[in-house]
Write a protein that binds this ligand. Structure first.
Ligand SMILES: Nc1ncnc2c1ncn2[C@@H]1O[C@H](COP(=O)(O)OP(=O)(O)OP(=O)(O)O)[C@@H](O)[C@H]1O
Length: 367
């Protein structure tokens, strides 16, 4: 088992910089998730850790072993890194029985047949596939094949478990069950894990730590709660979960308090902030908003806005309303039902965050 320390990792494909000084760490036994949109460099980072790609700069250290260090030209070949890798496509061998798939890495390491059989049985037990050992992959469901891939990754106890979008091919229900199951298993064996996904729900549910990436860079590193509740910039606020992003203009500032006019509304709000830009974006989660009667008092809220209900839909555990705010709109998610065509939306004091427009870092304060 190992800590993982990735420092200033850089990778180019031709002129395209795919990783731009990526630095991130995982403590022993943690699940570190690389989260970001397609093409942001998640898999390139993971493959660099596995040794399937050679970066152009930086270093990767796992425990007391340097896997890669550009400075000293160190590059440990993949077969000596002891990484268990699981890909989205399972990549199990169709012509081999389950037990032979799982035993393959042990065969490569010249395990004697008794020890090999014992370890294969042990790992199949671990992934709940003991009764499938003598079947072929095509006789198994997608979820079971994914567990064969996982068993193979765990057969020779890895220092690092690397999971590249492992649930993508599973349907929604199975995906959720497999995710819960994998989380429990990871906790039991305690192997340091790097998990790649573009699915924010998966990232929030699975991780000790999330690194949000975009365009080859790490935008924010934090616990799931930190990432969700205190996003560092608009990109993170928008990518992780749903955020309303209301654009506004600073009309005056005095002693650390900004007066802001939300575009399209006459109304001004006064908020403590050290932002020095002329424009601002108010980011607020749909579930943080309150839906009030049109004439409700505004006390207790930082801001209330009145507007027409443009859309409404029912989602089982909540209703979702889109409320017009001048030219903009706010999505409100609440258990409260209303049939009114015009409502008042309350934005609570600790329920929003101010950003400079685009990608500048956020001010302190809860979202
Ligand atoms: N072998 C390669 N040659 C050229 N470009 C590549 C190669 N591998 C990846 N890229 C490019 O590098 C960028 C990052 O790819 P990467 O697979 O790491 O992204 P990702 O975040 O994992 O995306 P996805 O979720 O779609 O897999 C992409 O623009 C991709 O097209």
């Amino acid at each position: 088992m190992s800590d993982l320390v990735i420092t200033n990792l850089t990778k180019k494909f031709g002129h395209l910089t795919v990783l731009d000084n990526v630095s991130v760490t995982a403590s022993d036994g943690q699940i570190l998730t690389l989260l970001g949109p397609s093409g942001c460099g998640k898999s390139t980072t993971l493959w660099s850790v596995a040794g399937l790609l050679k970066p152009d700069g930086g270093s990767i250290v796992a425990g007391d072993r340097t896997l890669f260090d550009h400075g000293t030209s160190a590059f440990l070949p993949p077969e000596r890194r002891d990484c268990g890798v699981v890909f989205q496509s399972y990549a199990v061998w169709p012509h081999m029985k389950v037990r032979d798939n799982v035993g393959y890495p042990l065969k490569l390491r010249r395990y004697k047949s008794d020890a090999l059989r014992r370890r294969v049985d042990e790992v199949l037990e671990l992934v709940d596939l003991a009764d499938q050992a003598d079947r072929y992959p095509h006789q198994l469901s997608g979820g079971q094949q994914q567990r064969v891939a996982l068993a193979r990754a765990l057969a020779f106890p890895p220092r690092l478990l690397l999971l590249d979008e492992p649930f993508s091919n599973l349907d929604a229900k199975l995906r959720e069950r497999t995710r819960d199951w994998l989380l429990q298993l990871q906790r039991r064996i305690g192997v340091t894990t790097v998990f790649v996904t573009h699915d924010q729900d998966e990232a929030l549910a699975m991780s000790d730590k999330i690194a949000v990436m975009s365009a080859g860079m790490v935008r924010q590193i934090g616990t799931p709660e930190q990432i969700y509740n205190d996003p560092a910039d608009i990109f993170v606020a928008d990518f992780v979960g749903t955020s309303n992003l209301l654009e506004g203009t600073v009309i005056s500032r005095s002693k650390g308090v900004l007066t802001i006019k939300i575009d399209g509304l006459d109304q001004a709000i006064h908020v403590p902030s050290s932002l020095d830009s002329d424009g601002v974006v108010v980011a607020v989660r749909p579930e943080a908003l309150a839906l009030l009667p049109d004439d409700a008092p505004s006390e207790g809220y930082e801001m209330t806005v009145n507007g027409p209900v443009l859309e409404r839909s029912y989602h089982g555990h909540h209703f979702r309303y889109r409320v017009g705010v001048g030219e903009q709109s706010l999505v409100v998610e609440t258990r409260d039902r209303t049939d009114s065509s015009h409502v008042r939306v309350g934005i609570p004091r600790d329920g929003y965050k101010l950003f400079q427009p685009r990608t500048a870092p956020a001010t302190k304060g809860a979202l």
